[in-house]
Ligand binder design. Structure first.
Ligand code: CMP
Length: 139
C-alpha cells in the first residue's frame, strides 16, 4: 500500500554536509520526499519526540545530540514506505547495518547514526504530526 513515513537526517550528517547523499539513497530506493524542513530542534521537541526513551541511560546524550546541530525532518511517501525506509537506513548500530545502507555508509556510531525512521504505522502517523501540519505535506 502507498504509505507515508517520517525521517530525520541527524546532526552528524548535517555537520558533514551529506544531506544530499542521504536523500539520494532514499530516492533511489523508491521513496519520494513530500515534506521537508531544516530545523534546529528545541529541548522540548527533542525530549518530546524521544519521550518513549526517557528512562534509557542514553536519553540525556540523545537529546543533547539532537539539539547540537540542525536536522532535516521529512515525510517520505512510497509503496510500503515504512519498511522500505528501514531497509534503506540499515540497522541502528552501523556495525550491524547491511552493506549499501545509509548507516553502513555514513553513520559514525549507534548514537550518531545519521538518520531516524519511524518503526511502524502508528509511530509514523504520530511522528509526522509532531513536526508537520497538513498543509506542509504536498504529495
Ligand atoms: P533512533 O531511530 O533515532 O531512535 C532512538 C535513538 O537512540 C536511536 O536511533 C539511536 O541513535 C539512539 N540510541 C540507541 N541506542 C543507543 C545507545 N546505546 N547509545 C546512544 N544512543 C543510542
Amino acid at each position: 500500500a502507498l504509505e507515508r513515513t517520517f525521517s530525520i537526517i541527524k546532526p552528524d550528517a548535517t555537520r558533514r554536509n551529506i544531506t544530499g547523499k542521504i536523500i539520494s539513497k532514499l530516492e533511489e530506493g523508491g521513496l519520494r520526499v513530500v515534506a521537508s524542513k531544516r530545523i534546529r530542534m528545541t529541548k522540548d521537541q527533542a525530549e518530546g519526540f524521544y519521550a518513549v526513551h526517557k528512562d534509557r541511560p542514553f536519553f540525556g546524550e540523545l537529546v543533547e545530540f539532537m539539539m547540537s546541530e540542525p536536522v532535516v525532518v521529512q515525510v517520505l511517501e512510497g509503496e510500503n514506505a515504512i519498511a522500505k525506509n528501514r531497509e534503506i537506513m540499515g540497522a541502528t548500530n552501523p556495525a550491524e547495518a547491511a552493506p549499501g545502507t545509509i548507516r553502513a555508509e555514513f553513520a559514525e556510531s549507534i548514537g550518531e547514526n545519521s538518520v531516524h525512521g519511524s518503526d511502524g504505522p502508528d509511530t509514523a502517523a504520530q511522528e509526522i504530526e509532531f513536526f508537520f501540519s497538513k498543509d506542509e505535506i504536498v504529495g
